[in-house]
Write a protein that binds this ligand. Sequence first.
Ligand code: APR
Ligand code: PHB
Length: 388
Amino acid sequence: MRTQVAIIGAGPAGLLLGQLLHRHGIDNIIIEKHTPEHVLSRIRAGVIEQVAVDLIDEAGVGARMRRDGLVHHGTQFCVDGVRHRFDFRELTGKSVMVYGQTEITKDLMDGRAAAGLPTDYAAYDVALHNIFGAHPTVTYRGDGRSHQVECDFIAGCDGFHGVSRKSVPSGAIKTYERIYPFGWLGLLTDRPPVSDELIYVRHELGFALCSMRSPTRSRYYLQVSLADDINDWPDERFWDELRLRLDGKANADLVDGPALEKSIAPLRSFVAEPMRFGRLLLAGDAAHIVPPTGAKGLNLAASDVRYLSQALVERYKENSDIGLDHYSARALARVWKAERFSWWMTTLLHTFPDGQFEQKMQSAELDYLFKSRSAAAAFAENYVGLPF
Ligand code: APR
Ligand code: PHB
C-alpha cells in the first residue's frame, strides 16, 4: 500500500488529522491497534475550547456537537463549602462547549466512514521504519496477514503508550515528567447534573468535580489515594464521600444513581521534545500528557493537529517545508502553556500529603483569584483556551 500520510492511532488526534488532510486532498490511512468499539468505550473529559470547536467544524463533523453540545458561559469553584463563579463571557468574551470526547470520536469515525477513507483497526505489531530517510514505511499485522504501507510522512497519534515515540532513538528525545501523589475516581450516571455549570471543589478531604455530558447525564470525580482499588468504591460510598465535599446547596440538588462507568485514573504531566523526528511527527498524547484538571488533553491534541495539518498542506500545495520545520516549536509553545495551566489548577485544588505550607499558599491564591479581576481574567483566559 502507498499513501501520502500514514497516521498511527484512531483517537481524536489521528481522526481529526485524517479528516482535515482529506478535505485538502491529501491521502491518508489510519492504523489503529484496537477495535472501533474499544476506542469508543473510553470515557474522557468533555470541555472543548472555542478554537477546537471551530477546528471540528472545519473538519466537517461539527453538526451533532452544535446540536447537542452545551455552551457554558462560566464555571464555579466551591472552596471549603463556599461557591464562587467565574463569568467567562464577562472576563474574556468567550465560552466553552461541553460535549463528550467519546462523542467527538464517534462523529469523526462516522465522518471518516462516510468519506470512504481507509482505517485498519485491530492492527498489531505496528512498527515504524526509516523515519529519518526519504521513504518511511509502517508495517503491521492484521486479518491474519502482514501489511506494509509506504508513505511520505508518519503522524504518530497513538497516545502515551503508543509505538511512535518509542521508535525514536533515545538520544534524540528529551522528556519532562511529574507524577501526582493521588488519582481521580470518575463516575458516569444517567442522572441530571447537580448544577448547570461545572463545579470544581477544593475540600480538606480532597478535590472533587461535578461535570456533565448532557442535561440528563452527569460525570463526577473524587480525588482518591493511588493505593485505592475500584472495588473499594461501591456506588454508595462514592455518593457519601461526594456529599461530604460539597456545599449545602449542591448536597440538596445532587441526584445520585447507579454508575454506568467507574474508574480510577492517575494524574501525570509529561512532555517529550521535540515533536518532529525526520519524517515522523508526533501529535496529541503521544507527545504530551496533562493532568485532567482543566480538561486540556483533547484541546491540545486539536491544536497540534491544526499546526500539523497546515504544515502538511503547505508541503503538498505550496511545496514549502517552512510549516514542517516550525511544527515542533509552534506546537510546544502552546503545549507548555497548557501544561503550566493544568499543573497550576491541579496544585491549587487538590490536597497534598504533608503540605501545610502548600495549603496556606492554596488559600492565599484562591483568595486572590476571587478578589482580583485580573487574576480571575487570567484564569478564565486559559480555561477558555489561548489563541492558536
Ligand atoms: N499502534 C496503533 N495504534 C495505537 C498503538 C499502536 N502501537 N498504541 C496505541 N494506539 C491507539 C490507541 O488505541 C488509541 O486509539 O492510538 C490511539 C491514541 O488515542 P488517544 O490515547 O485518545 O490519544 P489522542 O488521539 O492523542 O487524544 C488526546 O484524547 O485520549 C485522550 O487523554 C487524551 O484527552 C486526550 C486526547
Ligand atoms: C469531564 O467532564 O470529564 C471533565 C470536565 C472538566 C475537567 C476535567 C474533566 O476539568
